[in-house]
Design a protein around this ligand. Structure first.
Ligand code: FCB
Length: 449
């Protein structure tokens, strides 16, 4: 069966500043929370640090060459707040502006559109020292930063995203296994409220410019939870938790429906976690957007029984994989949920989707990544069904252009279409790179082959 995508479909790849740029201490850049967090022993797998990463700070030309080899028509990347404003606010670092001017120039010359994220998890450390997202002043700090970006790059970026996956801030402040590694549920909940305000005020600021072509939206990942045994009370409760209390509902509800969902409010009340809010906050948060960016990786089936077994194995030191199955079909359901439950009636882009290989499998196995091709095929097949159902999906970005610094997993998880040799910084195309280039050329693929 031939699968063909709509004309003018956006085909891209995605990266993020902290994961690829390196140059962490060069040309006046300040430290981010990830630089500091990764220097604490035991926080990142195998002690990986983002100091050099893929060295894209020096290798932008090579990155754009790869984009051309793939034939993508859009590139999703993020700005590094610490490179633009080393202290988070105040003095602008001209070398940082120059770097992104250069990158945007290279993209323009190559005819590749820019999809840029303002904040992809790398808060300047100086701002964390003032309370980070837990301090309501973050709204002004964020606006100062966004203004520098809009002033310098406004219409050179086609799609602006205020945030990538706001849940990372929860993970860094609540459970604490992301930077900055704080474990404080109350602080985390307050931080998310402020983050949503940054988003809303950021969109308002953007509108004040009346750009000619630039559009703005937000990227929220959806890992939808389903009860493993429908009707089983424990599984149903787990899935509700996963979706509403610790998942996408925390964001989609205030962004698209207004206010926090009933289950989330109840959780706040019962645990004394209701964030401090001001009148008008929810109006600020719920701004009309031009697009919604969906990061989709998998659907999750919660089975309390199986989870207990896994936990037991974990305690016994056994080898286990937490939900190893792939559920690409969940994508179609998620697209319907966005439209039907949250009333998302703006263009949707799949801003991330991809699959990791373990570095420990070795280079040869990493280069011969048929499993990644099969997985992406599955996701694209279900994406296509969603489009056929009438959902307005305009594009797909594969995570990632090349292997990079995978946060707490360090350099152990490899997601790239290109294999990064971290010794030589050479990027080597994997099997999936030529496959994806062909999909782009043909605007689809043969589902049978
Ligand atoms: C997403 C992140 C991205 C990358 C992929 C694998 O959650 O947005 O930076 O780490 O996962």
């Amino acid at each position: 069966m031939q699968i063909r995508f709509p004309e003018n479909f956006t085909w891209g790849v995605a990266t993020a500043a902290a994961q690829i740029e390196g140059g962490a201490y060069e040309d006046g850049r300040g430290p981010s929370i990830w630089d500091v967090f990764s220097s604490i022993p035991g926080k990142i797998k195998n002690g990986g640090k983002p100091d050099v990463a893929c060295d894209s700070y020096h290798l932008a030309e090579r990155d754009v060459e790869m984009l051309k080899e793939l034939g993508v028509n859009s590139y999703r990347f993020s700005f590094s707040w610490s490179r633009i404003l080393p202290q988070g606010t105040g003095k602008v670092n001209e070398a940082g502006i120059a770097y992104y001017k250069k990158l945007l120039g290279l993209l323009k010359d190559a005819g590749i559109k820019a999809n840029a994220t303002i904040y992809h998890w790398d808060l300047p450390y100086a701002l964390q020292m003032k309370g980070g997202f837990g301090n309501r002043d973050i709204v002004n700090w964020y606006l100062e930063y966004a203004k520098v970006l809009f002033d310098n790059f406004g219409d050179d970026v086609d799609l602006w995203a205020t945030f990538n996956e706001p849940i990372a801030t929860y993970v860094g402040y609540g459970p604490g296994f992301f930077a900055p590694g704080i474990q404080d549920e109350k602080y985390a909940r307050q931080a998310l409220h402020h983050l949503l305000l940054c988003h809303g005020e950021g969109v308002k600021l953007f509108r004040s410019y009346s750009f000619k072509k630039a559009k703005i939206g937000i990227v929220v990942d959806v890992w939808k939870h389903y009860p493993g045994r429908p009707g089983n009370a424990e599984d149903e409760a787990m899935a509700l938790q996963g979706n509403e209390i610790r998942g996408f509902g925390m964001f989609l509800h205030p962004l698209f429906l207004g206010g926090y969902s009933e289950p989330l409010q109840a959780y706040f009340r019962e645990n004394g976690l209701t964030p401090v809010m001001r009148e008008g906050d929810f109006e600020t948060i719920r701004q009309p957007l031009d697009f919604y960016g969906l990061n989709f990786y998998n659907g999750l089936y919660d089975n309390a029984e199986k989870l207990r077994e896994m936990q037991k194995k974990r305690m016994e030191g056994g080898n286990y994989q937490d939900r190893p199955e792939n559920h690409p079909e969940a994508l179609r359901d998620v697209l319907h949920m966005l439209k039907e439950k949250y009333g998302v009636n703006i263009p949707i882009y799949i801003t991330e989707n991809g699959m990791p290989f373990d570095d420990a499998q070795g280079k040869a196995a990493n280069l011969d990544d048929q499993a990644r091709i099969d997985y992406v095929k599955g996701v694209l097949t279900w994406l296509h069904k969603g489009i056929e159902d009438g959902i307005d999906v305009r594009g797909y970005y594969l995570w990632s252009l090349m292997d990079n610094f995978e946060w707490s997993a360090g350099y152990a998880a490899r997601y790239g279409l290109y294999y990064t040799d971290y010794e030589t910084l050479e990027r080597i195309p994997k099997k999936s790179a030529s496959w994806y280039a062909q999909v782009i050329r043909e605007n689809g693929f043969d589902a049978e082959s």
